[in-house]
Design a protein around this ligand. Sequence first.
Ligand SMILES: C[S@@+](CC[C@H](N)C(=O)[O-])C[C@H]1O[C@@H](n2cnc3c(N)ncnc32)[C@H](O)[C@@H]1O
Length: 242
Amino acid sequence: MNDVNKIDPFGAAVSDYFFSRFRHRKKIIVNSSISGIEKIAVSYLFRSYKKMPELEKKALGLCYGKILDVGACSGSHALELQKKNCDVTALEISPLCCEIMSKRGVNKLVCSDIFEYKNAGYDTVLLLMNGIGIAGTIEGLRTLLTHLRNLLSSEGQIIFDSSDIEYAYFEEDGSKWIDLNNDYYGQVNYTMQYKNVKGPKFNWLFIDRIKMSEIASETGFNFSVLAEGDHYDYLGVLKPII
Ligand SMILES: C[S@@+](CC[C@H](N)C(=O)[O-])C[C@H]1O[C@@H](n2cnc3c(N)ncnc32)[C@H](O)[C@@H]1O
């Protein structure tokens, strides 16, 4: 195992699942500052169109032109778009995920950190499963949106899903406990582990509608909500203000 793969639980999980003879039920262990230990079934990262949440189905239907699927993981969304003859490029930081995407038949693949990627001219940038969380912090979101704006065509759009995780701060009596001295409440600390592969601590951002609206206008976008999910989540679109 090379050094990058040793700290890449997503890659290890995706690779293990793909090469297993039988579809297993193993899980990635996620430890977050907001909800402690949770688990993600690796099979979920290989979901078919039928098993995708309604917000994701809607997002795929709204993609047009040259599409960039950011944080594409095992390529589930990119493969669906390819089936519809869309021009889609899957971008992913994990070399192991990229290897599996290639084996699964993803045609256009870039193994890169999105913050380093410079190819412009995309009509749709897609960030699903709260992929916009890559931003990590509010400042990171400003940086990410400013960067993505440069990758978009003038008619371009960013389609993403996220959640307002304010609900996680509600007490049993209905009151809310958010320490205003702390960072933005949607900024969560994570570590992930799959088998013996443990990743470093990282920040992941959940962004509520009001804060997104504020950061969008600061960075030159119009923001609107396209659809509401059933657990404080939503599908949003950002279009550059020309
Ligand atoms: C929550 S998963 C989402 C996976 C996929 N979009 C889906 O819906 O199944 C986030 C993915 O983003 C990738 N990722 C994290 N940081 C990244 C970065 N800076 N640039 C590109 N990809 C990144 C991770 O390796 C992981 O596969």
